[in-house]
Design a protein around this ligand. Structure first.
Ligand SMILES: Cc1cc2nc3c(=O)[nH]c(=O)nc-3n(C[C@H](O)[C@H](O)[C@H](O)COP(=O)(O)O)c2cc1C
Length: 170
């Protein structure tokens, strides 16, 4: 698919078919995600792949009970690793690791579209609850959960600001 088509097609999808995601497809998604840029090429993030109903229920509880989590066959949790970035960049490492994780997640949403999949970015969660449920270390920072699967809805109507509200030319 052309990049322009991917960008036009991507929409937040919150309802998914029961169909599983093929393992090969998931691996291809991760291979392509791994091409994302990162500060100093340190890739200071990790991704937890959640498939079991037990773990999805825990995510659901930590993410304000968003149904998309229970519906999706796979949920990906993107986690920034500030310590890995701090080895090279000191205090700046937190900022960089958050960027690394967020860029990888954004790439993943686009790659998913190219592979016929859909997702929604979930940022509404209770940090401490999510960290506890995922057994994360003190310093590891979850940045988003991406429920991923085959769309069972069209998504909402697309609304955007006018470009002159966003673009400031000198
Ligand atoms: C940082 C961030 C946090 C978000 N959190 C949630 C969320 O918790 N639940 C949800 O359903 N959608 C969430 N979204 C998705 C947005 O609502 C969605 O991207 C926006 O309305 C634009 O719609 P579109 O993605 O279909 O273009 C989030 C998106 C971003 C970038």
């Amino acid at each position: 698919m052309e990049l322009k088509e991917v960008l036009n097609k991507r929409k937040s999808i919150r309802s998914f078919k029961e169909k599983e995601i093929e393992e090969e497809k998931l691996n291809e998604l991760f291979e392509l995600m791994n091409l994302a840029p990162s500060a100093g090429n340190l890739q200071a993030f990790k991704v937890k792949v959640i498939k079991s109903i037990e773990m999805k229920k825990k995510l659901f509880n930590a993410c304000l009970e968003q149904e998309s989590i229970l519906e999706a066959p796979v949920c990906l949790v993107f986690i920034a690793l500030p310590n890995e970035s701090a080895k090279k960049y000191g205090e700046r490492g937190t900022f960089y690791s958050l960027n690394d994780a967020i860029i990888a997640a954004a790439f993943t949403q686009l790659i998913a579209v190219d592979l016929g999949l859909s997702s929604v970015w979930i940022g509404a969660f209770e940090d401490e609850k999510l960290k506890k449920e995922l057994k994360l270390k003190e310093n590891e920072l979850p940045v988003c959960v991406l429920p991923l699967g085959y769309a069972n809805e069209k998504g909402r109507e697309r609304k955007r600001k006018a470009l002159n509200e966003i673009i400031e030319k000198e």
